[in-house]
Design a protein around this ligand. Structure first.
Ligand SMILES: Nc1nc2c(ncn2[C@@H]2O[C@H](COP(=O)(O)OP(=O)(O)OP(=O)(O)O)[C@@H](O)[C@H]2O)c(=O)[nH]1
Ligand SMILES: [Mg+2]
Length: 456
């Protein structure tokens, strides 16, 4: 997500870093490059113009520059302006006073409506709701079947309709009745798509809206289609009154322009982003985190959130302290590897991290299942003293540990090497977090706003 744009902006800031002071000239040059980078990322030109103008006005008006370098200062201001453009706070879903709340999922053909309907249902269930699904795509033969299969996968009830129910309005009437009877609190309605916006489709959607009185009409936009996605969102909004946007396929090489333009152009917030084909590749959209990601600061908050789901927070706090104080023992290493399994793929975690040289080290650490079992066996065969202090594990101890765990001395050597890398990585990670935290604090003191960083 946002990788290209982020790379380009990093380059601009790197050039600014060499400058001692912020002047009209170096500021102009930097903003010209920021402008090009945004336009190349397919951000709507009006949005770019507005951003550059407000950054310029604010940066030149800054009096006290003493404690910040020019690049830090510009990054701070752009960060804030990006958040404004993306929508100052995250847009929560609305729910009806009287359940079931009806959410209509609309959009062009192939944008990801059916997939997103399943993802949203799963997300809702995880967050304590009781969703039910229904598909009213009666035109494409396999469309309803597609949602049924998805529903079975994610174990969410779906109203499949009787043989007589061939019309969208009939289907939703019965689906809503069933939702009430089964005390489901959200009814998600997956609708048919068209290649282009046409009368017929709009008429049908308007009829559904009239009948269902939905609290959310979520427009599903394919990020890969860039400004076209923004334009069709605008058109749907004009005709139907959408309440939010789900931007899909942000995992592809989408240039990010749609995400950055949708709020300004349509006036409607981005509520979720789809980042893959699987049902868990779905995130709530956080403007401040996206802005951090665009500026190459990594999405540490998302990382911490994912991590917190896997580790309990006490353990997490203790680990953080150990990372920072370099007390990370082999025992901790074993626990971390076990928890990593719960975290999902290391690759998806890495994408959220700030870009630093430690990435490669981390990549080497990804254990497969059998390796993990071996590592745990090796560490279990050590004495508590050895686990605390790996330096004492000499040749004869290595032979004993290998025998005890049914592995080879080579395996033990490898493990100790990996552990060494992990310690090094943890150290540089805590270092980089520390730095970013202090930049954040300084920006905060200068009134330049929150950098979206956790309190490390
Ligand atoms: N990579 C990626 N693929 C996605 C994402 N969301 C949907 N897709 C894929 O996009 C394709 C179309 O998705 P559908 O959910 O069937 O789209 P739809 O809007 O329901 O399509 P119609 O019902 O034909 O209008 C499928 O191959 C999905 O797997 C996403 O966030 N990332
Ligand atoms: Mg569909």
């Amino acid at each position: 997500m946002f990788d290209n744009l982020s790379d380009k902006l990093q380059r601009v800031f790197k050039n600014l870093r060499g400058e001692g002071r912020l002047t009209a000239e170096n500021m102009d040059a930097a903003l010209r490059e920021v402008r090009v980078a945004l336009l190349e990322a397919d951000v709507n030109f009006k949005v770019v113009k507005q951003l550059i103008e407000s950054v310029k006005t604010r940066a030149m008006g800054q009096q006290v520059l003493a404690s910040l370098s020019p690049s830090q200062q510009v990054i701070g201001i752009i960060h804030e302006e990006l958040i404004k453009i993306l929508g100052s706070h995250e847009a929560k879903l609305r729910f009806a006073n009287e359940p079931p709340s009806v959410f209509m999922i609309v959009g062009l053909q192939g944008s990801g409506k059916t997939t997103s309907t399943g993802k949203l249902a799963r997300w809702l269930a995880k967050n304590g709701n009781r969703p039910e699904l229904v598909s009213v795509d009666v035109y494409r033969p396999a469309a309803r079947k597609q949602l049924s299969i998805l529903a079975r996968d994610i174990k969410i009830p779906i109203y499949e309709g009787t043989a007589e129910e061939t019309k969208p309005l009939d289907l939703v009437r019965s689906a809503r009745r069933e939702a009430v009877n089964n005390s489901r609190d959200v009814l998600l309605v997956d609708t048919a798509g068209r290649l282009h916006i046409d009368e017929e489709l709009m008429t049908e959607l308007k009829q559904l809206k009239e009948l269902l009185n939905p609290v959310e009409i979520l427009f599903v936009a394919d990020a890969m289609t860039g400004q076209d996605a923004v334009k069709s969102a605008e058109e749907f909004h004009k005709q139907l009154g959408i309440t939010g946007v789900i931007l899909t396929k942000m995992d592809g090489d989408a240039r990010g322009g749609a995400a950055l333009s949708i709020r300004s152009v349509t006036g409607q917030p981005l509520k979720f982003v789809g980042t893959g084909e699987k049902t868990d590749a779905f995130e709530q959209f956080h403007p401040d985190r996206a802005a951090s990601r665009i500026l190459g600061m990594g999405d540490i908050l998302s990382f911490v959130e994912t991590a917190q789901e896997a580790f309990d927070s006490k353990q997490q706090e203790e680990m953080q302290r150990k990372f920072i104080e370099n007390e990370f023992s082999l025992e901790d290493f074993r626990d971390q590897l076990k928890s990593l399994r719960k975290l999902g793929s290391l690759e998806s975690i890495l994408k959220m991290m700030p870009k630093t040289g430690m990435m490669k080290d981390l990549q080497n650490l990804q254990p497969d299942e059998s390796e993990l079992t071996r590592i745990v066996a090796i560490i279990d065969s050590m004495t508590p003293k050895e686990r605390e202090n790996h330096m004492m594990i000499n040749g004869s101890r290595r032979r004993r540990i290998a025998r005890g765990s049914g592995t080879t001395v080579n395996d033990v050597n490898n493990l100790l090497k990996q552990y060494g890398q992990a310690r090094k990585m943890m150290k540089s990670l805590s270092g980089s977090l520390g730095n970013m935290g202090s930049i954040g604090k300084r920006l905060g003191r200068m009134g330049l706003g929150k950098m979206g960083l956790p309190g490390f």
